[in-house]
Design a protein around this ligand. Structure first.
Ligand SMILES: *[C@@H]1O[C@H](CO)[C@@H](O)[C@H](O)[C@H]1NC(C)=O
Ligand SMILES: *[C@@H]1O[C@H](CO)[C@@H](O)[C@H](O)[C@H]1NC(C)=O
Ligand SMILES: *[C@@H]1O[C@H](CO)[C@@H](O)[C@H](O)[C@H]1NC(C)=O
Ligand SMILES: *[C@@H]1O[C@H](CO)[C@@H](O)[C@H](O)[C@H]1NC(C)=O
Ligand SMILES: *[C@@H]1O[C@H](CO)[C@@H](O)[C@H](O)[C@H]1NC(C)=O
Ligand SMILES: *[C@@H]1O[C@H](CO)[C@@H](O)[C@H](O)[C@H]1NC(C)=O
Ligand SMILES: *[C@@H]1O[C@H](CO)[C@@H](O)[C@H](O)[C@H]1NC(C)=O
Ligand SMILES: *[C@@H]1O[C@H](CO)[C@@H](O)[C@H](O)[C@H]1NC(C)=O
Length: 406
């Protein structure tokens, strides 16, 4: 009955808003028992290269009409898999992991077919392209993951925008009423867009975001940890909202950030992937020092994917084999539209031994107080000169009185 009503609601919504498409699917096991149930709306925005070498973006919605061929309920050894096939060989799939109390989506795999000439009329690379995103949002067993609010998932060239998501895996046929809501649905984070604001209510001024949490990130090579970084990160971007550009900040949440990267003798890369943002930090060497020379940021800006990079930076310099340490807040200007505020940075991109930081080189020297160092040294020198002079005078005085007493 509830499902019927929901179906009816979707139909009505579909009639009212032709652009709101949503699919609803069920996967059953051999004994005709439902193991996975999912319904959601998804928009995909894909950036691709055209024949002429320019980049173009296309957006399409996951259609109502889908199949679930390829889906499995999973066994004790194999993960459950939900495959949703769209027209023209585009598809979306998720596989799951579970333990006795929680389950979670492991990976979201989205495959798009650039041979689809209506969506990708002049794509340079033709064929099935796949983008993978790992997720780790534990959901209690026997609860339906529910996310009514918009949630973005970003990978290299694709932004997936989800809303009205309902997802239940490992259902074992039981009707489950328990809902587990995403953090976006929490009352405090509700977007006020649908509320009618009466004229008497004062408009809340946007509250500046708190400082970001400090995250520990690392890159692993065959020899163990080869790059380590501890820091809090906050993006400050100029975005276009209702007719004008406004600066908005966004904290990187270490709990939902996946770090990866690479290490070599001459360069090192740290890649941080938070749900809708990718940050890349590239380190280089000059003489016996390392420094941050390039930053790439990819994020959803509301209307598409922004990719902003700067390879002419010079931050976080310290000796190879040591670590760079900075307690004070710093601002890395990536472009005129984007900067990154960093907090409590400690980073070592080369020569990491036993997964521990080398001796720290503090950024105090290049801090605002650095002008004090010559002043202090000068003052000490002047003091020493005066001291020597005074003791000379006293010495002379003493010896003179000494002679007189004889
Ligand atoms: C599975 O159950 C549905 C109703 O829930 C029924 O229509 C269908 O015939 C069943 N299929 C098999 C193979 O038993
Ligand atoms: C889920 O799928 C991805 C990509 O196909 C694979 O790498 C991963 O091992 C799978 N996870 C599980 C738990 O099977
Ligand atoms: C964000 O950048 C703008 C422009 O540089 C600046 O005015 C604003 O104070 C910055 N906000 C934060 C929180 O750093
Ligand atoms: C991250 O997780 C820790 C422990 O689970 C929690 O205390 C902290 O508040 C979380 N941070 C954020 C920004 O969600
Ligand atoms: C990197 O350094 C190691 C040890 O110093 C050396 O054995 C290796 O040949 C170097 N690799 C390259 C590509 O220079
Ligand atoms: C950063 O972006 C630039 C320009 O898009 C690209 O050439 C470079 O390879 C990127 N760097 C990394 C580490 O991905
Ligand atoms: C958002 O990204 C799109 C695609 O890259 C770009 O055309 C648009 O100018 C960006 N908007 C803002 C406000 O940066
Ligand atoms: C790189 O930065 C340096 C110093 O900030 C500046 O002098 C130089 O013009 C920049 N180069 C480019 C290509 O932007």
């Amino acid at each position: 009955m509830e499902r019927l009503l929901r179906g009816l609601l979707f139909c009505l919504l579909g009639l009212g808003l032709m652009t709101t498409e949503a699919f609803e699917v069920q996967v059953k096991d051999g004994s005709n028992t439902t193991c996975t149930h999912a319904s959601m709306s998804v928009n995909f925005t894909i950036r691709y290269e055209t024949e002429s070498g320019t980049n173009r973006s296309v957006t399409f919605s996951a259609p109502d009409e889908v199949t679930t061929i390829g889906s499995t309920c999973g066994t004790s050894d194999d993960a459950a898999l939900l495959v949703v096939n769209f027209v023209n060989n585009h598809s979306w799939s998720v596989n799951f992991t579970r333990n006795s109390t929680m389950y979670s989506i492991d990976m979201i795999v989205f495959t798009y077919n650039t041979n689809d000439s209506t969506l990708f009329p002049d794509a340079k690379r033709k064929g099935l392209l796949t983008t993978v995103k790992s997720v780790n949002d534990p959901i209690p067993i026997n609860a339906t993951y529910t996310c009514l609010q918009q949630k973005d998932v970003i990978t290299d060239n694709v932004v997936q925008v989800y809303w009205n998501v309902s997802l239940l895996a490992y259902a074992q046929g039981v009707t489950i009423k328990r809902e587990f809501h995403c953090s976006e649905d929490a009352p405090t984070t509700h977007a006020p867009t649908t509320h009618i604001v009466t004229t008497t209510t004062p408009k809340p001024t946007p509250k500046p975001e708190d400082k970001p949490s400090i995250g520990n990130y690392f890159v692993i090579s065959s020899k163990g940890k080869c790059l380590m970084a501890t820091m809090g990160l906050q993006l400050n971007a100029s975005v276009f909202v209702s007719g004008h550009n406004v600066w908005t900040t966004r904290n990187i949440n270490p709990n939902s950030t996946i770090s990866s990267g690479s290490c070599s003798n001459e360069s090192a890369l740290l890649r941080l992937n938070d749900s809708d943002t990718i940050l890349e930090f590239s380190f280089s060497l000059r003489q016996k020092n390392f420094y941050l020379h390039e930053v790439n940021v990819t994020f959803a800006n509301g209307s598409g994917i922004s990719h902003i990079s700067n390879n002419n930076l010079s931050f976080w310099e310290a000796s190879v084999g040591k670590s760079y340490l900075c307690h004070k807040e710093q601002m890395i200007v990536v472009s005129e539209d984007l900067s990154i505020n960093t907090f409590e940075v400690r980073v070592q991109p080369f020569d990491v031994n036993n997964a521990t930081y080398g001796a720290a080189e503090d950024c105090f020297a290049d801090s605002d107080l650095s002008f004090l160092i010559p002043i202090v040294m000068g003052a000490v020198l002047v003091f020493l000169i005066i001291l020597v002079f005074v003791s000379y005078l006293i010495g002379r005085q003493k010896s003179r009185t000494g002679y007189q007493s004889v």
